[in-house]
Design a protein around this ligand. Structure first.
Ligand code: ZN
Length: 437
């Protein structure tokens, strides 16, 4: 995968953004028809397999919950006027609310209303997956405008035995070793968290499918927490083939990229992401692993300890729009989406080409001039950096150091180190070393 540089970023940004626009109105949750509908839309782009796991299925310490679906919800005043309607915004209902139909005074209703006084025009996003309740979310201004009255509340939802639905795309490569890309798909009308991850993962899957590859790739679109737990419980053996992995979340806001390392901290994926961030434009932040955040928590639990990091822009909870109606189509930008895509594609590109080699002329330096490797190679005038790259690769290729490690130690970009290795291979000065596990 070396053609990422030729990607048309403007078009890519528009395509990513358009996919978010398309998925934005759907009311998703950790189960139910919103997830199915979202996966069906993604299937128009890549041939996802859709898996249905029955409610009640034991998955490690958890149980697949009942399926939640909602058709509508309203609050009406005593004159019968609708003062709040789920059809206007699917954040208006606490996600996973039990069905309810009754009348009550404002005082009693207030214990079921959620607002954000510090952002009086925004609607909060609230869930209650594992504790049965019901509730409404509205802007604080809307609440303050409600007079004391008797209100008729109605939530037309169902919580019944059904299924947990997730999407999976396996793209076979030369090797059985796998790269995992995982994103959550359970939030209703919220853009950065999590439609940005869904959009980037979808077009990345399309990109990977169309590119020659060494690794096999597995893209999973799962509800947060219970989704990866379910996937891992049902694929315990297969999970051991995962050599590198990334969770994608919050990748569309204008903030700079943030990478959260895997639990191992120094896995090849950690090194690859940090290298790409250091050698591409723009600032970035790297954070150590912590057992909080997105689905890396499950992939990095000690019984799996998979090399899976999390690629984000501004992390969850560190932008005020997080989990509110302000995480909308204005908050994510085509430029940020395209930048996230290109950086992750570059990481995959590094993983694909990162190898260990052995110097076939290890006793003192080979004579580069005699082999036409000193001034120009293949018509290309060599720069000082090119010559340094050749010397670094020759010096470090003892079978123990990979090209990424040589790039890190030399301070040169991976691209140049890889070029040097290819030139030395062509002159029979290197041979591939057995790949370490
Ligand atoms: Zn979230």
């Amino acid at each position: 995968m070396s053609d990422h540089v030729s990607i048309d970023r403007d078009r890519l940004g528009r395509d990513l953004y358009q996919l978010i626009v398309d998925l934005y109105p759907v009311c998703r949750s950790i189960t139910g028809n919103g997830v199915r509908e979202s996966l069906a839309r993604i299937q128009k782009i890549v041939p996802l397999d859709v898996h249905e796991v029955p409610s009640g299925t034991a998955v490690f310490d958890w149980t697949v919950p009942r399926e939640w679906n909602i058709r509508g919800a309203t609050i009406k005043n005593s004159r019968g006027d609708t003062v709040l309607d789920f059809d206007d915004c699917n954040l208006h209902v606490v996600n996973y609310s039990a069905p309810v139909s009754r009348k009550m005074r404002l005082d009693e209703l207030k214990s079921h209303l959620h607002t954000l006084p510090e952002h009086p025009d925004w609607i909060p996003y609230r869930t209650s997956y594992y504790h049965e309740t019901w509730g409404f979310c509205m802007s604080h201004r809307q609440l303050e405008a409600l007079p004391d009255d008797e209100y008729e509340i109605h939530i037309d939802s169902t919580l019944e035995d059904g299924h947990l639905t997730y999407g999976e795309l396996y793209i076979r490569g030369e090797s059985d070793d796998e790269v995992l890309i995982s994103t959550h798909i359970c939030h209703p009308s919220l853009c950065n968290d999590n439609l940005s991850g869904v959009a980037v993962a979808t077009l990345l899957a399309e990109h990977v499918s169309s590119t020659p590859r060494r690794y096999s790739y597995r893209f999973v679109f799962v509800p947060a927490t219970i989704g990866p737990i379910t996937w891992l419980a049902q694929n315990e053996e297969r999970a051991r083939r995962i050599r590198h992995g990334l969770v994608l979340a919050c990748v569309g806001d204008p903030g700079q990229p943030t990478y959260k390392r895997s639990r191992r901290g120094d896995a090849e994926i950690d090194r690859a992401v940090e290298h790409v961030l250091a050698h591409t434009a723009g600032g970035y932040t790297v954070e150590d692993f912590s057992p909080y955040g997105y689905d890396e928590r499950q992939y990095c639990s000690p019984g799996f300890d998979l090399p899976v990091g999390c690629f984000m822009r501004t992390p969850h909870g560190r932008f005020p729009e997080y989990h509110t109606s302000a995480d909308n189509l204005d908050f994510v930008t085509p430029e940020s989406l395209a930048d996230s895509f290109c950086k992750v594609a570059s990481v995959l590109d590094v993983l694909e080409r990162n190898r260990r080699y052995r110097n076939l002329n290890p006793r003192c330096e080979p004579q580069l001039g005699r082999r036409g490797l000193y001034d120009s190679v293949g018509g290309k005038q060599l720069t000082d950096d090119d010559r340094m790259a050749l010397l670094w690769v020759l010096n470090q290729s003892d079978g123990g150091h990979d090209l990424l490690g040589i790039a890190e130690r030399s301070g040169l970009p991976f691209e140049r180190i890889w070029w040097a290795a290819e030139a030395l291979l062509a002159e029979h000065l290197l041979e591939p070393a057995p790949q370490a596990r």
